[in-house]
Design a protein around this ligand. Structure first.
Ligand SMILES: [Zn+2]
Length: 248
């Protein structure tokens, strides 16, 4: 049985949804989802104007895929330098791709903090061992996590946390899912609940820094960055990279 989502659907629009909506082809359900979403997401709201300029969906797919390919190629060297398991969830949202391809607007200067956060975001590696045969809800959630199915994973983690509210593993992975799903504001309450005694404390500070940047709370991000909490951790290099980007 599928667990019920405890939060409303706030996913960003897909290329298909943006196309259908801007061409008057959405179902009533889809139309209402789109209209709810764009009240809180400037990026998707603005992308609808670009989506109106798409003459057909196939062309839109081809052009946005080409954009993703060239982005991926330009980032390849960076990937080799890190010890990442997954390709960072750095793929542009459909809205961002639509804006770049169909309106020529480049986003780098529009939301510099958000861009900086997502350039440096990569999912936390899975540390939950799989015990075959007796899959728990947590293991189930982590299987989805491994596949990059963050929506499913977050839903399972959050229902697991109803019984285990102080399980640090569930907390960190659910927060990472929320950041990956481009709803970083939902990660913040979970991440701020970590204390230095908790497992993954420094990791939680790192993801909290990203979540603050992604929600444009630069002051709070800087406080963590300057607190010295990352000294001697794997995050030191990434923090230096962020500092350099902020003050070149
Ligand atoms: Zn959106």
């Amino acid at each position: 049985m599928k667990p019920e989502l405890i939060t409303p659907d706030t996913r960003c629009l897909s290329l298909e949804e943006a196309f259908r909506y801007s061409h008057g082809q959405s179902s009533a359900t889809e139309r209402s989802r789109v209209e709810t979403h764009i009240t809180t997401c400037d990026l998707c709201f603005e992308s609808l104007a670009g989506a109106r300029k798409m003459s057909n969906l196939q062309e839109a797919r081809t052009r946005t895929e080409a954009l993703h390919r060239s982005l991926r190629d330009s980032l390849q060297p960076q990937k080799k330098a890190t010890r990442v398991l997954h390709w960072p969830a750095l793929a542009l949202s459909a809205a961002a791709a639509i804006l770049i391809v169909f309106t020529g607007v480049f986003l780098a200067n529009r939301h510099p903090n958000r861009d900086l956060a997502y350039e440096n975001f990569e999912p936390f590696p899975n540390t939950v061992p799989i015990t075959r045969g007796s899959a728990s809800l947590l293991e189930d959630a982590m299987a989805y996590y491994e596949l990059g199915e963050y929506e499913e994973s977050a839903a399972k983690l959050e229902s697991y946390m109803k019984n285990e509210p102080s399980d640090d593993r569930a907390k960190i992975y659910s927060a990472v899912c929320r950041i990956a799903l481009k709803t970083p504001e939902k990660a913040i309450p979970v991440l701020t609940s970590f204390t230095p005694q908790n497992l993954f404390f420094q990791d939680s500070r790192w993801y909290l820094t990203l979540a603050y940047l992604a929600t444009d709370q630069e002051e709070k991000a800087n406080q963590i960055i300057n607190s010295g909490v990352f000294g001697g951790t794997i995050y030191e290099g990434r923090i230096d990279r962020i500092k350099k980007r902020k003050n070149p």
